[in-house]
Design a protein around this ligand. Structure first.
Ligand SMILES: Nc1ncnc2c1ncn2[C@@H]1O[C@H](COP(=O)(O)OP(=O)(O)OP(=O)(O)O)[C@@H](O)[C@H]1O
Ligand SMILES: [Mg+2]
Length: 264
């Protein structure tokens, strides 16, 4: 099983768009994928057009809002064929408080310790990280082994990149398996000089990790309004082609056998 965190401290760079469409691209190729929404905005559910009763809070604490028992399997929502969701949302505020109250020595590793599916039950764990940096972000980077960083080819996107990579390095000291595996340029507009300039900078620093860019494509911003992934909304859109290529690249890097067992 591969564990990929879609992470970047900067907001609005295409993390959720990437997490949801990549997850669906992998699932459509026959891999079993669990998408973990680690954001209080709960956008992954909205992007998929689903309203799960439970999510990551219940999965970790095994409690519902009235203190009743919730099994970890019940916290996982089947949103599409081969695509399951651990929903985020406002209850993650409570989860962060709960994490803050855990003993210091295990506070950062709770997620990684709990999120260990049965061997053969899942092929990919995809974490949709929140912007910023907090106790939950650290938990994700302790649980993941690969990081995919979306960088928007628009605006002051390189600001904050250095700080984010310093965070990553500090996480790598605690999780030696963690690798910055992919840098994904997003919102590429070939008509603007800015897009090309930022892309050139990324090529200079991340030639090994750099993926082909995701074009700016208005269909990608329309799809979530309909609760659909780009593959459902407009299969022939540029955005669908770009995310399909990304999924293929990630699959080709992995050499995974497809799995088919119960989770926990
Ligand atoms: N390639 C693209 N072309 C056009 N619009 C895009 C593209 N990628 C993302 N968007 C739109 O940009 C906005 C921000 O994208 P998204 O929510 O994926 O970013 P994010 O990094 O998850 O944001 P946050 O940090 O708030 O979680 C959304 O409205 C999304 O639909
Ligand atoms: Mg997001």
């Amino acid at each position: 099983m591969r564990k990929i965190a879609i992470a970047m401290a900067k907001g609005g760079v295409g993390k959720t768009t990437t997490a949801v469409n990549l997850a669906h691209g992998l699932a459509s190729s026959g891999y079993r994928v669990l998408l973990v929404d680690c954001d209080t905005q709960g956008q992954a559910s909205k992007f998929l057009g689903v309203t799960p009763d439970y999510g990551l809070y219940e999965f970790i604490t095994e409690r519902d809002k009235n203190g009743g028992y919730v099994s970890r399997n019940d916290a996982i929502y089947r949103s599409r064929e081969n695509l399951w969701l651990l929903a985020g949302g406002m209850r993650l505020v409570e989860l962060k408080n709960w994490l803050g109250e855990q003993p210091r020595e295990c506070r950062q590793t709770v997620l990684g310790t709990k999120l260990v599916p049965k061997k053969g039950s899942l092929d990919y764990l995809i974490f949709d990280c929140a912007p910023g940096w907090d106790v939950l972000s650290v938990n994700i980077l302790m649980a993941a082994t690969e990081v995919l960083c979306p960088v928007a080819l628009q605006g002051p996107s390189l600001d904050g990149l250095k700080t984010f990579f310093q965070y990553l390095q500090s996480a790598q000291k605690l999780n030696q398996e963690l690798r910055l595996k992919y840098v994904l340029p997003t919102m590429f507009d070939r008509r603007t000089r800015q897009s090309h300039e930022i892309l050139q900078q990324l090529q200079k620093y991340f030639s090994r990790q750099l993926c082909p860019p995701i074009h700016y494509n208005v269909r990608l911003s329309e799809a979530p309004v309909h609760g659909q992934t780009i593959f459902e909304y407009k299969q022939r859109a540029t955005g669908a082609r770009d995310y399909s290529n990304l999924a293929r690249r990630i699959i080709n890097d992995g050499g995974l056998q497809k799995n088919n067992a119960g989770f926990f």
